[in-house]
Design a protein around this ligand. Structure first.
Ligand code: C2E
Ligand code: MG
Ligand code: MG
Ligand code: MG
Length: 291
């Protein structure tokens, strides 16, 4: 940059870069306040069997609506939270909120078997994480198998040993462990074998190519085979079309998640969704003739 400016060595940052850095600092501090005052919320996206329609669980996804700036995407504020050192606080908030919500659904007799919470790779390197999860389970009183924790492989390589330790401790609590966005990171197969996973999520990019790109079908098929051989469940993410759904069912994928099934929903809307889904899924999905 300084070089581009034509030998003006004092200009390390262009005005545009300064502006962006400034925005980031402001936004980080606003995010800190939002977190402290509970101005973030979780929405929940259903996951179902493509074959029977049975509800597998929901994934909790963070949403931030700032009074001035409007909706800010997690694609933007999660990296911000990481930079600002807020990601542990955000993860703890999400775990407490999601487990509390699960306790409520259970008390109301709503048929949602589990809730998945996304945790940053950075969080897995915190020695206190498993104990904190244990404390939240106690606090909210939900059985551990009602909770699933999602990790992504893309950034965990930095300290794989401590990640594996944390993963084992979390599993020892009875909590499920899921590998998110599978296929987008590094040394993925080694991670699948070394981590005590219950579930692998096939990244949306591969689901997106189903029926259009030959390689996508190959990759999806391979991941389903590997997952099954390792005794894991497989969730296909980002299912948007009936064609994708039918192909995934044909390939034996046990769980799907995507806009075709439902967009992420506000917590209060889940009971109504579950009710409607249970009434109608057999006719709505039915990619195969009933046995
Ligand atoms: P993810 O965990 O892979 O979540 C799936 C993302 O795909 C969500 O985006 C969801 O809204 C979106 N999605 C679901 N179905 C479809 C579909 O059919 N088509 C398309 N195009 N998209 C679909 P969202 O909510 O914007 O979250 C983006 C990412 O931000 C998440 O990816 C996750 O990595 C991260 N994130 C969200 N909430 C949290 C959180 O509480 N903590 C952490 N650490 N990360 C979070
Ligand atoms: Mg996820
Ligand atoms: Mg994902
Ligand atoms: Mg993702």
């Amino acid at each position: 940059r300084a070089r581009d400016a034509g030998g003006n060595c004092y200009r390390f940052f262009s005005p545009a870069m300064n502006q962006r850095a400034h925005d980031r600092v402001i936004l980080s501090s606003v995010l800190g306040t939002a977190l402290a005052s509970d101005r973030l919320r979780l929405v929940y996206q259903p996951q179902v069997s493509p074959h029977t329609g049975a509800i597998h669980g929901v994934e909790a996804l963070a949403r931030w609506r700032d009074p001035v700036r409007g909706d800010i995407s997690p694609m933007r504020f999660i990296p911000l939270a990481e930079e600002a050192g807020l990601i542990q606080a955000l993860g703890e908030w999400a775990l407490r909120k999601a487990c509390g919500q699960m306790a409520q659904w259970m008390a109301d007799g709503i048929g949602i078997p589990s809730v998945s919470v996304n945790l940053s790779a950075r969080h897995f390197r915190e020695p206190g994480l498993p104990a904190m999860i244990g404390a939240i389970l106690q606090e909210t009183g939900i059985p551990p198998d009602r909770l699933m924790v999602e990790m992504t492989e893309s950034t965990m390589i930095a300290d794989l040993d401590s990640t594996i330790q944390a993963a084992r401790a979390i599993r020892a609590l009875g909590v499920g462990l899921s590998m998110d966005d599978f296929g987008t990171g590094f040394s993925t197969l080694a991670n699948l074998v070394n981590l005590p996973l219950n579930e692998v999520k096939i990244d949306r990019s591969f689901v997106d190519g189903l029926g259009r790109v030959d390689e996508s079908r190959l990759i999806v098929n391979a991941v389903i085979g590997i997952g099954r051989n390792l005794g894991m469940s497989i969730v296909a993410e980002g299912v948007e079309t009936k064609e994708q759904l039918a192909l995934l069912d044909e390939l034996g994928c046990p769980v799907v998640q995507g806009f075709l099934i439902s967009h992420p929903l506000e917590a209060e809307r889940l009971p109504e969704w579950v009710h409607t889904w249970q009434q109608s899924y057999s006719t709505a999905l039915a990619p195969l003739p009933a046995a």
